[in-house]
Design a protein around this ligand. Structure first.
Ligand SMILES: [Zn+2]
Length: 263
């Protein structure tokens, strides 16, 4: 029995969650369920029509009940988000609600269209093959394909961990045997200083990567998907930052060189 996950925010459920992944809002999370269907808080996300990030607002017509349980058992609920730059830019999500259990059963534009924009930047720091598989994994997960998408993500994650390992093993006092015998969570701990802090602190979330794919259900894979995707993005964010810093240093060096040679 795993601990109850914190309920997803409206943005997470609409934008990040794959189709058909179920979440049950327990009694104490009625308000979060209500927020998903009725809250008008602004949502900052990619607008495919603007081809940029924009602020979206939930477009609700008619009166709504403010009772936190008013959504329970509604069967079908649609969520329309309107772009604040242009009201004709809309995102639509359709939810199935059985009792307190909610799943997204449809959306337009597709999850892949909404989510690959944010990952395009990573093509600069991933191999061509890994980048192709990264976007493929997002597309598969968007259509509820759990195991298939997970296999792609796992391979990319392992490649990134292996790249960190190639650097770490030249460190003084590196324990190669512990690394080779370690499972994913232990490997991440050994790579402390070579992987983002957040990954090291939350390494237990990556235990699932040591399990054989045949041991996992479609739903377990779909549930692990955002966690593994986030881990990959954290590593890639650091690589992007390092590349930007390197570029700036290069520019500074040639600027200084220009000054010195003129003197
Ligand atoms: Zn827009």
């Amino acid at each position: 029995m795993t601990a109850q996950k914190p309920p997803p925010t409206k943005k997470e459920f609409c934008i990040d969650y794959p189709l058909y992944e179920q979440f049950t809002f327990e009694m104490e999370h009625s308000q979060e369920g209500w927020n998903l269907f009725y809250a008008r808080d602004p949502i900052d996300t990619y607008c495919p029509k603007c081809n940029a990030h924009s602020i979206f607002h939930h477009d609700i017509s008619g009166t709504i009940s403010h009772h936190p349980d008013s959504w329970v058992g509604k069967t079908r609920v649609g969520v329309w988000l309107k772009c604040s730059r242009d009201a004709s830019h809309t995102l639509y999500f359709l939810f199935d609600v059985q009792g307190r259990t909610v799943q997204k059963i449809g959306q337009y534009p597709s999850l892949a269209d909404l989510n690959t924009y944010d990952v395009r930047q990573y093509s600069a720091v991933l191999s061509r093959e890994d980048f192709k598989e990264f976007t493929k994994a997002i597309g598969l997960a968007a259509h509820g394909v759990g195991v298939g998408s997970f296999v792609y993500l796992r391979r990319i994650f392992e490649n990134l961990v292996d790249a960190a390992y190639q650097v770490a093993k030249t460190d003084d006092g590196w324990d190669d045997e512990a690394y080779r015998n370690g499972r994913m969570a232990e490997r991440i701990l050994l790579l402390d200083g070579h992987l983002p802090e957040f990954l090291v602190e939350n390494r237990s979330m990556y235990k699932i990567l040591s399990q054989g794919v045949h041991e996992l259900t479609e739903n377990e894979c779909l549930a692990a998907f955002p966690v593994v995707k986030m881990g990959i993005e954290l590593v890639l964010d650091e690589k992007l930052a390092a590349a930007a810093k390197q570029k700036k240093l290069q520019q500074a060096r040639s600027a200084i060189h220009g000054l010195v040679s003129k003197a």
